[in-house]
Design a protein around this ligand. Structure first.
Ligand SMILES: NC(=O)c1ccc[n+]([C@@H]2O[C@H](COP(=O)([O-])OP(=O)(O)OC[C@H]3O[C@@H](n4cnc5c(N)ncnc54)[C@H](O)[C@@H]3O)[C@@H](O)[C@H]2O)c1
Length: 443
């Protein structure tokens, strides 16, 4: 089976590189000539742990190449994965314009193909989109009927940025939403070939349920984090209670599980905000105003404000105070700045008159685009901390975990540290500097 991947972004390139690494021939398709050239040299257009060596190897072996010619990709492959972006519109609802365009292009290309083609939607789309928009556009533009020479599946993607390669190679489960048995059988056999003996549970269902699985999954994960942040905010008001101990304990309860229970600066990234907002808009449109999803979004928005309030608690007014942000990407091991908490925190700090300087080991260039010139960007940790009245640990990159109290003391004007990810030992740090940990009594 040869595979084409339409949309060479995070999901597209990681999927393509992993498939090619297992010997499957892959053609990536993008509109971006520059990205196509980079990929064909084995270089990823973004940073993602473990991706580039895999991509380089796949390109070198001739198993993967990227084209800007949609038809070339589709005519020379048997299965097409659709991985284009589904961003958020200004009203919170899902923007399906890229999906619609991709479906039209696939349809047009299929006009010239006799053999069967299976289309697999990997982008996150609200229930009904795969069948009613993508399927329809393919039929209209291809002059063919779904279920005859065209198969259709929706396979939600669960990878996490920063762990994308590992997650693709070791998923917890595979969900296949299928138009018909033939479509599902072909996709299942590809997955079984790819994973071999380590194939996880494959769940087959109809397309709309599979679309909903992805939203339910992301809404639940974001809710777990907002829940931990809510408990953290209560813990801060109670002497001696520490949210870290509390979350660790409840994580042992197998009904709860320890993942996604870290209180911190709030969640971010390309998916949570857009998917929760999309589900909220979708559901509201159907006549049900979701309460938990709305609260999850509100708690997350509040968390950035709360971190700034902690700085105010120590410093009084923030006007003309120099605040150092350690870490800007939305999480470690990626340079992705989409919806990063550092954006919200920076905006709140700047609004209050603070001078903000940020440092990130990988994301500075993307941060400049996302946050702009309202803050400045340091080239090293020392530069960032120099002369600061307060440091806020925003992203838990490994390089920050090695810092000792002396690293803050020797550089800062006032040694105030807000540990928004709880990576430091409170005892060690509070002995030497004014240490504020999220979720522990700081009074
Ligand atoms: N990034 C994640 O962690 C993640 C995880 C799970 C699911 N998803 C979902 O996967 C989808 C893709 O996400 P992403 O993060 O890879 O997005 P992305 O923005 O990184 O990549 C999307 C790519 O599609 C390209 N594109 C748009 N229209 C196109 C067309 N007609 N033909 C070819 N290319 C086209 C864009 O240029 C871009 O490179 C989204 O629906 C997202 O919700 C993302």
């Amino acid at each position: 089976m040869r595979i084409s991947v339409i949309g060479a972004g995070y999901v597209g390139i990681v999927t393509a590189a992993c498939l090619a690494d297992r010997g499957i021939e892959v053609i990536c398709s993008t509109h971006n000539e520059k990205n196509a050239q980079m990929i064909n040299k084995g270089a990823a257009p973004f940073y993602e742990k473990d991706l580039e060596p895999m991509l380089k190897k796949a390109v070198k072996k001739g198993k993967l190449h990227c084209t800007t010619n949609r038809e070339e990709a589709i005519l020379n492959t048997d299965i097409t994965f659709v991985t284009v972006g589904t961003p958020m519109r200004s009203d919170g609802s899902i923007d399906l314009s890229f999906i619609e365009q991709a479906a039209q292009e696939i349809g047009k290309a299929l006009k010239n193909k006799r053999e069967y083609q299976l289309i697999v939607v990997r982008s996150t789309v609200v229930p009904g989109t795969t069948r009613n928009l993508i399927g329809k556009k393919i039929e209209e533009n291809g002059g063919k009927k779904l279920g005859e020479s065209i198969g259709l599946c929706m396979q939600p993607e669960f990878l996490r940025e920063g762990e994308a390669v590992n997650d693709t190679l070791n998923p917890d489960m595979i969900v296949i939403g299928e138009l018909d048995k033939t479509s599902g059988d072909i996709l299942e056999s590809l997955q079984r070939k790819f994973y071999g003996e380590k194939c996880p549970t494959i769940l087959r269902m109809n397309i709309e349920s599979a679309e909903m699985v992805k939203y339910a999954n992301n809404c639940f994960l974001a809710t777990k984090i907002s829940f931990a942040n809510e408990i953290a905010n209560i813990c801060e008001l109670v002497p001696r209670v520490d949210v870290k101990e509390v979350m660790k304990a409840i994580g042992f309860d197998h009904r709860i599980n320890p993942k996604f229970l870290d209180a911190g600066a709030g969640w971010g990234g390309s998916c949570f905000a857009k998917d929760l907002n999309a589900m909220k808009a979708f559901s509201t449109n159907l006549g049900y105003k979701p309460k938990i999803i709305t609260a999850t979004l509100e708690v997350n928005e509040m968390q950035a404000k709360h971190i700034v309030e902690l700085a105010e608690m120590k410093l009084g007014t923030l006007r003309d105070k120099r605040i150092a942000l350690l870490g800007l990407s939305f999480k470690p091991n990626t340079d992705d700045m989409r919806d990063a908490p550092s954006i919200r925190i920076s905006n709140n700090l700047v609004e209050k008159g603070a001078t903000v300087v940020g440092y990130d080991p990988y994301a500075t260039e993307n941060a400049k685009k996302a946050i702009g010139e309202k803050i400045s960007y340091a080239k090293s940790i020392d530069d960032c901390l120099k002369g600061a009245d307060c440091a806020i640990l925003v992203t838990e990159w490994d390089v920050f975990k090695d810092l000792k109290p002396i690293d803050f003391l020797k550089n800062m004007k006032q040694p105030i540290l807000i540990d928004a990810r709880r990576i430091y030992n409170p005892k060690e740090f509070s002995n030497k500097l004014q240490y504020i940990g999220i979720g522990m009594s700081n009074r």
